[in-house]
Design a binder for this molecule. Structure first.
Ligand SMILES: Cc1cc2nc3c(=O)[nH]c(=O)nc-3n(C[C@H](O)[C@H](O)[C@H](O)COP(=O)(O)OP(=O)(O)OC[C@H]3O[C@@H](n4cnc5c(N)ncnc54)[C@H](O)[C@@H]3O)c2cc1C
Length: 310
């Protein structure tokens, strides 16, 4: 799909605008249409000015590493923002704290903490996104989540104003935050605990090995498709993968899309899927599970953009 020119309505920035920018290349599922305009801000001041001066009726979408996002085939109208290198800094601070820009890889936060002798943040090595996505999704694994280690986060609102909030103001729940949809996180401050670097690194290695053994992490996937119906720690927790499996959807194909044989809650593009194929698999499973069990599973993966009718 091609879009009419939007750039003429946008403010002058020091960063870069790209029209009709392919997004499939920058998401893990590798599907979907282009961004009408992709904006790569030069730094936080540039992003703040862009937000302040861009007419409010123009939709603005923030994309991180695209490891939890399905871009629909019709592309994303308005402006899609991807944060750039100046947002990717990670530094260890006194008091076993780590400050990270929202474009830092979660893994880099874990590694920086380990090197500085800070424990407690090693779970981030198991999440393949950026810190902005972790703040939005309350990302976590193996019994720890972003909310457990977050002191405060900074975001820009749709008018470009910088807001700093404490973790308990973000309405965190399992893979969910109540942060306003239009906030763009720019920075986070995390609390760890003093530890021995080698011990932290060893725990990170265990997490990495466990993930490699149980998740199809080298495929075109988006991680867990559905939120589990019960949060971690619930006795007899109901798990989405078991429901998908029981409904016969593990490995069942529509076009190039299927749920992974290795982990039934991981959606896979075999390289030929469209976003519509992927959505059809998920909605097919959801409908069968609802009919069989009465459980209406919720998407954990975020979907953006316009559907195309086939
Ligand atoms: C192989 C694999 C394994 C995974 N394992 C796990 C796991 O163990 N635990 C887990 O929690 N997740 C897991 N995920 C899902 C995913 O990695 C996390 O949800 C991650 O936090 C998403 O980060 P991202 O940068 O890729 O976000 P994206 O997919 O780019 O975006 C996700 C959401 O966050 C929003 N967002 C992104 N950046 C910002 C920002 N700066 N400010 C505001 N909103 C923003 C987007 O608008 C979107 O709504 C896995 C994914 C894959 C592919």
């Amino acid at each position: 799909m091609t879009w009419p020119s939007l750039i003429s309505c946008l403010p002058q920035v020091r960063g870069k605008y790209v029209e009709n920018a392919p997004l499939a290349d920058v998401t893990w599922l590798r599907v979907g249409g282009p961004a009408q305009v992709l904006y790569l801000p030069a730094d936080e001041a540039d992003l703040a000015r862009f937000l302040a001066e861009t007419p409010e009726e123009i939709p603005v979408t923030i994309l991180g590493a695209g490891s939890n996002t399905l871009v629909r085939d019709g592309g994303v109208p308005g402006v899609t923002v991807r944060l750039t290198a100046p947002f990717g800094r990670v530094t260890a601070e006194d008091g076993a704290r780590v400050r990270a820009g929202a474009a830092a890889l979660d893994k880099k936060v874990a590694q920086t903490a380990a090197k500085a002798g800070i424990g407690g943040l090693e779970f981030f090595v198991g999440v393949p996104g950026l810190i902005g996505g972790a703040l939005r999704m309350n990302a976590g694994c193996y019994d720890r989540e972003t909310k457990d280690v977050l002191i405060e986060a900074a975001a820009l609102d749709r008018l470009g104003r910088r807001i700093v909030v404490k973790a308990d103001e973000l309405g965190y729940a399992y893979r969910h935050s109540e942060a306003p949809d239009d906030w763009i996180f720019v920075e986070a401050l995390f609390q760890g605990a003093p530890d021995v670097p080698e011990a932290v690194t060893a725990r990170m290695d265990v997490i990495t090995a466990r993930r490699e053994a149980t998740q199809p992490i080298r495929e075109k996937t988006s991680g867990s498709t559905f939120r589990n119906p019960d949060p971690p720690g619930t006795p007899d927790q109901r798990k989405a993968w078991k429901l998908i499996d029981a409904a016969g959807w593990r490995g069942k194909r529509i076009g190039g899309a299927r749920f992974s044989e290795m982990h039934a809650n991981f959606l896979i593009n075999d390289g030929t899927a469209t976003a519509a194929d992927l959505e059809a698999v998920v909605e097919g499973a959801r409908a069968d599970i609802l009919a069989a069990t009465g459980i209406d599973l919720e998407w954990e993966v975020k979907r953006i953009g316009v559907e195309t009718k086939t």
